[in-house]
Design a protein around this ligand. Structure first.
Ligand SMILES: NC(=O)c1ccc[n+]([C@@H]2O[C@H](COP(=O)([O-])OP(=O)(O)OC[C@H]3O[C@@H](n4cnc5c(N)ncnc54)[C@H](OP(=O)(O)O)[C@@H]3O)[C@@H](O)[C@H]2O)c1
Length: 378
């Protein structure tokens, strides 16, 4: 039995992970569940999966859990997150918190030298170099459950000695690929993703294509390739999950059903595949394998991500922090859709490049960017 920890169990990736585990109870056992504020969902998960350790942000909610489940290791607050992410009683941990909140816990888990399956791409955007270096030093295995990166990982199986010519990172294009982007775009329109059902922040990031910019950075770190060799390819149907082109011209593609459960199961049971109940792709029904280029003048967030890659690491920390603040404001209907790239660009020009070596330096700088945005009321 593999012991599994899920950081972000009440979210979209977390629930998909639990769906995989529910179908494979002979293989996996839940030891740790980490949630934010959704106490009702967490209580149901505790009842069903009987973990040893749980985390919830608020002390009052932690107390409610304690009253029902005496004997459970219950953690809460900042200190509690530090402690639960340093536990080592797992074989595979799914890192599926959202945003910068996942950086320190993921760093702590990697320091344990175990296997961490990363969904939380912002971890690599803000701390890629440190995370990869720590994983190497501690002998931790870093897997990915992002469908595109899982696809690339699978295309690279057995290709260790073959240099990558190009990574072709597919993108659905989101809800506005064929529409005009205006300041009147509503939260509901931006959340209406054509092919994937995901948490709110990543759904907005997909609509602006910032998500793809983050994924270019994620791919650079995971596969040790120069970003110039990573090309974003819009493929509206989301059936080709990404591709790798080699120097002989061969392109390896990963094609399959649209379900996060497949890359999650692959990471949980790596390197062996697990059967599932998801409807298989019928190739005779696949009429459209069309690929298009993204328009960087229209998808300004993607262009800003490329700019941040060129400028350097601390600019990527600014990109990530500013985006996180502005997406939340847009979701709260405090700013317009088009204010997202405008605000990020402003922050990227305000902050000079600086060296950020440690986890504390990265997180302090992330906070400095957020503080500046609070002062500017943006
Ligand atoms: N969804 C996808 O299909 C998908 C695909 C690829 C990559 N990703 C990446 O995976 C990550 C998670 O995405 P998601 O769609 O699953 O997001 P989500 O549905 O919003 O879930 C986020 C999870 O993190 C928890 N959380 C957030 N802040 C927390 C904090 N400060 N402390 C403790 N728990 C906290 C939430 O808890 P509560 O809900 O209880 O508050 C929830 O369980 C993101 O980085 C995203 O980019 C997602």
């Amino acid at each position: 039995m593999k012991k599994i920890a899920i950081f972000g169990s009440t979210g979209s990736v977390g629930e998909n992970t639990l769906n995989v585990i529910r179908e494979n109870l002979d293989k996996f056992e839940i030891v740790t569940l980490v949630a934010g504020r959704n106490i009702e969902k967490l209580l149901k998960q505790i009842e069903e999966f009987k973990p040893k350790n749980v985390y919830i942000i608020d002390k009052e909610n932690a107390e409610k859990i304690r009253q029902k489940y005496d004997g459970l290791n219950i953690f809460y607050g900042k200190q509690g997150m530090e402690e639960i992410s340093k536990l080592t009683d797992f074989d595979v941990s799914i890192s599926a918190l959202v945003g910068i909140a996942g950086l320190r816990p993921t760093y702590n888990m990697i320091k344990s030298g175990k296997t961490v399956a990363l969904a939380n791409k912002e971890v690599l955007v803000a701390g890629g170099e440190l995370i990869m270096k720590t994983a190497r030093e501690k002998g931790a295995k870093l897997l990915t459950v992002d469908s595109e990166h899982s696809a690339i990982m699978q295309c690279l199986n057995g290709e260790e000695n073959n240099e990558i010519d190009k990574i072709l990172l597919t993108a659905s294009g989101g809800p506005f690929f064929d529409k005009e982007i205006t300041e009147n775009i509503t939260v509901e329109e931006a959340l209406n993703h054509p092919t994937w059902s995901m948490g709110k922040k990543i759904t907005i990031d997909s609509s602006t294509m910032m998500n793809k910019g983050f994924e270019v950075i994620e791919a650079k770190w995971l596969f040790d390739v120069n970003p110039d060799k990573i090309e974003v390819v819009v493929h509206r149907k989301s059936l080709v999950h990404s591709m790798v082109q080699f120097k002989d011209g061969t392109i390896m593609a990963n094609i399959g059903p649209k379900s996060m459960q497949i890359p999650i199961a692959y990471a949980l049971n790596y390197p062996n595949r697990l059967p599932n109940k998801i409807e298989k792709l019928n190739l005779f029904d696949v009429v459209d394998l069309k690929f298009e280029k993204p328009d960087l003048n229209k998808f300004k967030c993607l262009a800003l991500a490329y700019k941040a890659i060129k400028k350097g690491h601390s600019c990527q920390v600014v990109l990530n922090a500013a985006n996180e603040v502005l997406v939340e404001k847009f979701l709260n209907k405090e700013i317009k859709y088009t204010d997202i790239p405008k605000g990020i660009e402003k922050m990227m020009s305000y902050f000079d490049i600086r060296e950020l070596k440690t986890i504390d330096e990265i997180l302090e700088f992330d906070e400095e960017v957020r503080e500046k945005m609070r002062k500017e009321e943006m």
